[in-house]
Design a protein around this ligand. Structure first.
Ligand code: SF4
Length: 364
């Protein structure tokens, strides 16, 4: 795959420049862009509106797709998890979550993850490699084609969340490039306003995002209200402790429009971070920094060998009530696709041996 350009990761302008270098007119670039992103074709052979000779030349130096789908798992709640492989044989996972009025695709920014969060199965893989912009865009194309058919219109809007495997802010450049490519009106047309990027707290990138004009929404995984506990659950906290993280969040908040909010994600681990005292500490912490945020409470998604269990529903509710009593907007997130290892923190290229209530489909 060396020296082969993955065309899915190029903007329309870059694609046009590339075809001109090959001695072709600029409109061929626009044609290829539409074929890849609007028609969602994954091979040059299918682009029959391009001359055969040109397709042959293109395939000598470039590729229309590089990911292969190894398996697709369908949850009893309709969630689909795709296990893919990169050209260099690394796992990539993507989750399609159908909802009544919109669909959400959760995509990966890295194969594996270097950040060792103790409640996350992906951490067990370590970092295998950061994905390219093209590999991020291709995940969305594959999921949409599978859900609706190749190139078929999607019935309602698609939201994206960069919450799959990896720390998106350690893949900042390819991520921002992928978002730019996907926002093109002549292609997928998924604008940054429909995208949420979740970070474990890479402070310099939070500050950088605050300066970006057309940017995705931000979510920050908090998991603990004190440095002591957060150091244990999310070791990245040793590098950027809570005060530094929340100061960067405040700076980010200043860049938002009055109606905009960003989100804190709080995974709820039974007996670890879910006591009433933790809820009070969390509310006080957020109020001390004067943040007008909302908090999503996410019951932990268990998976062997992680040593945690989800907080019982009544404890999640009482945690939520304490936050609300102190003026913090809190919501409980319903887990999706737990039975097929598709839920938050469960992506680790697992193949459920006998997925209860779910259908296993092996794709070619
Ligand atoms: S929770 Fe996110 S940042 Fe932490 S190890 Fe898992 S994938 Fe990486």
């Amino acid at each position: 795959m060396n020296q082969v350009t993955h065309l899915v990761g190029l903007t329309q302008a870059e694609l046009t420049a590339l075809v001109e270098e090959l001695g072709e007119p600029a409109y061929r670039g626009r044609q290829i862009f539409a074929a890849l992103h609007a028609r969602r074709l994954r091979s040059f052979d299918e682009m029959t509106d391009l001359p055969k000779e040109f397709r042959a030349r293109l395939s000598e130096s470039s590729s229309a797709s590089t990911l292969t789908v190894e398996a697709r798992y369908i949850s009893e709640d309709g969630t689909r998890r795709y296990l893919m492989k990169t050209h260099d044989n690394l796992p990539v996972e993507t989750v399609f979550i159908p909802e009544e009025r919109r669909d959400t695709i959760c995509f990966s920014s890295q194969s594996g993850c270097p950040l060792q969060c103790s409640f996350c199965l992906t951490a067990k893989l370590g970092l295998l490699r950061t994905l390219t912009a093209g590999e991020m865009v291709e995940q969305i194309i594959i999921a949409l084609n599978d859900a609706y058919g190749v190139g078929a219109k999607t019935p309602h809007g698609t939201n994206l969340v960069a919450m799959g495997a990896g720390e998106p802010f350690l893949a900042f450049e390819p991520l921002m490039k992928a978002l730019k490519v996907m926002s093109d009106l002549k292609g997928l047309h998924i604008v940054p306003n429909r995208v949420t990027v979740s970070t474990a707290g890479i402070v310099p990138r939070i500050r950088e995002l605050a300066t970006v004009e057309d940017r995705p929404h931000l979510a920050i995984s908090l998991a603990a209200p004190t440095d002591e506990l957060r150091n244990e659950l999310m070791p990245i906290n040793r590098k950027w402790p809570l005060n530094e993280l929340l100061a960067a969040c405040k700076e980010f908040e200043r860049s938002l429009k009055p109606s905009e909010r960003f989100t804190f994600e709080y995974v709820m681990l039974d007996g670890v971070n879910d006591r009433e005292e933790h809820a009070r500490q969390l509310a006080n912490l957020l109020n001390r920094h004067g943040l007008r945020v909302k908090v999503n409470l996410i019951p932990h998604n268990p998976a062997d060998p992680l040593p945690y269990h989800p907080s019982p529903p009544e404890r999640v509710e009482s945690f939520k009530r304490i936050l609300e009593s102190k003026g913090i907007n809190a919501f409980v997130r319903r887990p999706r696709g737990r039975d097929i290892y598709a839920a938050c923190g469960q992506l680790a290229a697992r193949r459920p041996a006998n997925p209860q209530g779910s259908a296993l489909h092996q794709l070619a």
